[in-house]
Design a protein around this ligand. Structure first.
Ligand SMILES: C[S@@+](CC[C@H](N)C(=O)[O-])C[C@H]1O[C@@H](n2cnc3c(N)ncnc32)[C@H](O)[C@@H]1O
Length: 278
């Protein structure tokens, strides 16, 4: 079997210290409540090819699925999942102390509709979700990788766009936010004309997502005088050229459909409208 990791050797993250404070240590010790363990390949952030998870079994229900990649310390996730108890949320993050902090926040808001995966979300999307099974994908404040020689490490590129589109339901939406203008423009460049995606705000950026709290990264950008850009894409409804899920083997049964949701309102205006710095 081909090792599909070789298709994307360059990853969008760096491994950092796993040192935790006492509160994080306690949360990590009780991680079974939120963390879904996955089989690995050669690295600790990888996911074995062919792994599938029965999310209906994990959550104990079938519900519209939201997937966040790079959830950081979980500020958006905890608030937005608590505000949408009718949805199932799965978040991927590679930094364990951040995952532990997320668990503390999820416990504080009493969220029972969230599961975390300690792995590369690119592999997670590819391996753990069937095509057409996700209602929303969130990538909020992805690492900007400023230097030109590092641009290849940016999470959002054409190939990732195709992967996200393949996993979205017909009316599914991919939400992006960044406080870096050049990354926002980069997203527009690679995604606006993407054959598998449609910009919901064709002439510009999306209005700020009202349910998205201002996190540390957004505050930092605003304080530094930067604008914040939201983007929203849905998949093209035309048939997609996506890999067949037939090669997947399930470890706990078949992945269930996750239901559909009402699509977002049509654009109320045509021009970009990033929020201004505070
Ligand atoms: C700049 S932080 C933003 C965190 C959070 N979204 C927020 O707005 O507060 C980006 C996070 O994405 C994580 N990350 C980057 N690439 C990832 C990937 N491929 N899979 C999972 N996590 C990733 C990093 O570890 C980091 O915690």
């Amino acid at each position: 079997m081909t090792d599909r990791r070789t298709q994307r050797e360059v990853v969008s993250f760096v491994r950092r210290s796993t040192r935790m404070n006492p509160g994080q240590e306690r949360a990590w010790a009780a991680r079974d409540r939120f963390l879904v363990e996955v089989p690995r390949r050669e690295t600790s952030t990888s996911i074995a090819v062919g792994t599938m998870i029965d999310w209906a079994e994990v959550f104990g229900r079938v519900a519209p699925m939201v997937v966040e990649i790079g959830s950081g310390t979980g500020d958006s996730l905890a608030a937005m999942a608590a505000a949408a108890p009718e949805r199932n949320h799965v978040a991927f993050e590679v930094f364990r102390p951040a995952l532990a902090s997320t668990m503390i926040k999820l416990g504080a808001v009493g969220a029972t509709n969230v599961r975390l995966v300690d792995a590369n979300g690119v592999e997670g999307l590819r391996e753990l979700f069937a095509p057409g099974s996700i209602s929303e994908v969130w990538t909020f404040f992805p690492d900007p990788w400023h230097k030109a020689r590092h641009h290849k490490r940016r999470l959002i590129d054409e190939e990732f766009g195709a992967l996200v589109a393949s996993r979205l339901t017909d009316d599914g939406v991919w939400r992006i936010a960044t406080d870096w203008a050049d990354y926002a423009e980069h997203c527009r460049e690679v995604l606006d004309d993407h054959p598998d995606l449609v910009n919901l705000y064709a002439d510009g950026f999306a209005p700020r997502l009202a349910t998205r709290p201002v996190t540390k990264y957004e505050r930092r950008g605003l304080n530094a005088g930067r604008k914040v850009f939201d983007l929203a894409y849905r998949r093209q409804s035309a048939p997609l050229c996506t890999p067949s899920p037939a090669s997947h083997t399930s470890v706990s049964g078949a992945t269930s459909p996750t239901g559909r949701e009402v699509p977002p309102d049509p654009p109320s205006r045509s021009q970009s409208s990033p929020i201004e710095p505070a």
